[in-house]
Structure formats: C-alpha cells, structure tokens
Design a protein around this ligand. Structure first.
Ligand code: MRU
Length: 344
C-alpha cells in the first residue's frame, strides 16, 4: 500500500488529514488525546475500522505519561481517557470495540507494574493495527470472487484504505480483484454532505489504477434504470445481530434502489463491525452532525441563514435488502439471524 492512513511515529499518532484530500496529501500528528479527539470529531481520520485502530493508539496516548502509583489509580485514568475518546463519535462500533480491547489488556495485567501495563497497551495497539491490515486482505480475498471483468460497480462513501489500516473493506475487495487481473469500472456516489465519495474514493481508486466515474447521490437510480450498474458494494459502521447495517447516510436509499432493480447489494466489513449485543438496527445510535455541513458547500453558504437543518450522518439498511456480507471469515448469506451467529 502506497499510503499509511494511521501510524505510530516515535511518540505520536500520524494521520493522513482526510479533510485536505484530494487537493493535498498532508499528515497530521497527534501528540495528545485532545488532538486525537479533535481529529476523530472533524473526520481528519474516519471510517469504522480506522477508528478501531486509532482507539487503540488513543488509549495508549492518553496514558503513556501516567504517573499513577497503583493499578486502581491507573485504571481510573484509563476509564476517563476511554470515556473521552468514546464521546467523539457514536455510530461506528469499532471505536468502542478498540477501547474495550485496551481496557481488557489493562485488567488482564492487573498484577503487573504500571510501566509494564503501559508497555502491553502499546503492544496491543500495534497488534490491533496489524490485525486490521490482515483483516482487510482477508476481506479482499473472500470478496474478489463477486467481481467480474466488465462489471460496473457502485459504491457509496469511502470504505477504502483511507477508512482502515489496510487496503480497505468494500474497496479492498475491488483492489484484490484488480490485482488478480479483473478489469471493471466503478461509479462513486459523491456522498453528501461531506463528500467522502467525491473527495476520497475517486482519489483512492484512480490513484490505484481503477477506472472510476463520479456521480451525484441522486443519480444512482437513473443509472440503475439504464442498466449501468451490475452490483453495489459498500462498507459498514455497525451491523446488528440480525444483519441490519448502519453505514453513511444515503446507503439505505441505494439499497432500496438496488432491490427495486434486482441488483446485488453487498456489505463488506470485518467482524469488529458486528455488534452482537444488539438484536437489530433500531438500537444503533445515529450521529447527528453540525448543520453547517449541509448549509455550506463549495466553500460558501448555500442555504438561507437560519434555515432548519436535519443532518444524520448514518442510516440503517435493513438486512432484507442485503444480498450478502463479505467478512474476513468469508461471505455470509441470509438467513442472517443464523449465519452471523454461526460465523462469530
Ligand atoms: O463519517 P465517516 O466518513 O466516518 O463514515 C464512514 C462510512 O460510513 C464508511 O462507509 C464506513 O465506515 C465503512 S469504512 C470501511
């Protein structure tokens, strides 16, 4: 992979600043937990699996200078760092999953010195990052059989290397297929309001040699009607036990359109994105973001001052509209109530 979305550099977390793409490939270093919180909140780093990885590094970052003398004192600090990090964004379960993994390492090493626990937290964050790389490869391996030469594939938002520590999930499937010699074409939805499709997916795909055409979100239906879309593949931020899947706002509309036009709709995600503690999608917290993301665009105000705005950042696609999930454990097909549990 040419670019590292997230990395640990000596004493800080280095992130590709995704708010600057595609104009500029710039990096942002976070040396403390406040800087990281800000980077997550403002989508400098984004995408569910990448949030899982920064959760690991974030917990370490928040604690590495701890002067705690006892485990109890250290664990209290860990809990407050974790709660602070968790308050950045609510929907992607990977953030909470990463935090919980770090907490468990501390608890499992309760009898050790604070310095030793810190060392183990560092190792765990490194492991989460490495695992994410491998998970993406495995998702790519599992899903590439779905892609055929000549396909026209629609994707929404960005589920590529910018959203993970590896090659990506939905786009990881495409990169793997491309590497195997398959030649196809991708339509990228622009993904209003923050344009992850227009800014990030088109940049990623074209810089990886994959043919991509940018469309506005409201064009997908027309393209499908014209027979221009063979399949849809997207990522996910949280998947409930029954297969209902939260992803970037607009995904549900694409899934309805795909269903109407009898086009396969695939969701690619690692198992860390499955939240088996919730029975269905109605339990997924949906982030609401700053109205200015909607009222401002192209660097200027595009709506009248004071207009009411509703800006949910995610929606939930019901499992009945999902043809299959592509995971590191293989392709999972309905009935999801049984198959998701069986694979976990
Ligand atoms: O708000 P974002 O950009 O973090 O939302 C990301 C998405 O919805 C992605 O499509 C999803 O996280 C999958 S990332 C592999």
């Amino acid at each position: 992979m040419k670019y590292k979305t997230v990395s640990w550099e000596t004493d800080k977390i280095r992130l590709i600043d995704q708010t600057k793409l595609p104009r500029e490939l710039a990096y942002l270093d976070c040396s403390n937990i406040e800087e990281l919180w800000h980077a997550i909140k403002h989508l400098i780093v984004r995408g569910a699996p990448a949030l899982g990885v920064v959760a690991g590094w974030g917990v370490y970052l928040g604690l590495r200078e701890s002067k705690a003398k006892t485990f109890e004192e250290f664990f209290r600090e860990l809990e407050s760092t974790a709660a602070y990090l968790a308050s950045s964004r609510p929907t992607a379960v990977n953030l909470f999953w990463g935090i919980e993994r770090m907490k468990k390492v501390a608890l499992d090493n309760k009898g050790r010195s604070v310095e030793e626990i810190k060392r183990r937290l560092f190792e765990e964050a490194k492991t989460i990052q490495k695992e994410d790389e491998n998970l993406c490869m495995a998702i790519g391996e599992a899903g590439e059989e779905l892609i055929k030469t000549g396909d026209n594939i629609l994707t929404h938002c960005n589920a590529g290397f910018l959203a993970t520590a590896g090659i990506g999930t939905a786009l990881g499937v495409l990169y793997t297929a491309h590497e195997r010699g398959k030649r196809f074409h991708v339509y990228a939805d622009e993904t209003r309001p923050l344009l992850q499709g227009a800014r990030l997916s088109t940049w990623e795909l074209s810089s990886s040699g994959i043919k991509v055409t940018l469309i506005c979100d409201n064009m997908a239906g027309f393209l499908m009607k014209q027979g221009k879309v063979d399949k849809v593949i997207v990522g996910a931020d949280r998947i409930a036990r029954n297969g209902d899947a939260a992803n970037k706002i607009g995904t549900y509309s694409v899934a309805c359109l795909a269903n109407h036009h009898k086009i396969p709709f695939y969701v690619a995600a690692p198992y860390s994105t499955f939240d088996l503690s919730i029975p269905d999608g109605s339990h997924i917290p949906i982030e609401e973001r700053d109205p200015r993301e909607v009222t401002e665009g192209l660097g200027r105000r595009i709506a009248p001052e004071g207009v009411e705005v509703y800006n949910p950042a995610f929606d939930v696609t019901p499992h009945s509209l999902i043809t299959a999930f592509v995971t590191e454990r293989g392709i999972i097909k309905p009935p999801y109530e049984k198959t998701i549990k069986r694979s976990s």
